[in-house]
Design a protein. Structure first.
Length: 175
């Protein structure tokens, strides 16, 4: 597993796992603390083993600006958000299973599922050739039309979680 952080964040190894901390701040900078096993790999070489992710987590405040969460994903942006010197990859449709927090300024849903607040969420997308992405740029789709089209391609499920995210809770994902 590779530990990666932005300045000021840290991943501390403990007896039973890791303690990840992200500093507070304004919305002018992206901040993260991350542990992964795919850094530097092309998607076709991502480990696809079964696993169980168990953790205790809390936030320092709720709601938080931007997005936050923990879980599994296929790095659909293809750049690992540009951090850590990872080589660039073409974008892909999302495949994810995660617990995810999204501020009111975000809308992470392709259909009419819960998309803001604290969520348990999954996306399952088909594979297709990434060079088809640029063809989508020539069509004058609106955000709403694009979401509607993608909702027919991407299987999605999402549930709002009603807990006090500032208190410690146990979470578990089985893949």
């Amino acid at each position: 597993m590779k530990s990666r952080t932005t300045p000021g964040a840290n991943n501390d190894k403990t007896e039973s796992g890791y303690l990840l901390k992200i500093p507070s701040g304004d919305d002018s900078a992206y901040r993260f603390a991350q542990i992964d096993d795919y850094f530097g790999l092309s998607r076709r070489n991502f480990p696809h083993h079964s696993l169980t992710l168990s953790m205790r987590a809390r936030t320092s405040a709720f709601p938080l600006p931007g997005t936050w969460g923990f879980g599994l994903w296929n790095d659909p942006f293809g750049m690992s958000l540009g951090f850590g010197g990872k080589r660039w990859q073409l974008p892909a449709l999302p495949n994810a299973a995660w617990f995810f927090g999204a501020s009111k300024d975000n809308h992470l849903s392709f259909s009419d599922k819960p998309a803001q607040g604290f969520l348990a969420q999954s996306f399952q997308s088909p594979k297709f050739h990434p060079l088809l992405f640029p063809t989508g740029l020539v069509f004058p789709f609106s955000r709403k039309a694009t979401r509607k089209l993608l909702s027919k391609i991407i299987a999605e499920d999402s549930s709002a979680i009603s807990v006090d995210a500032t208190q410690w809770h146990n979470y578990r994902l089985e893949w």
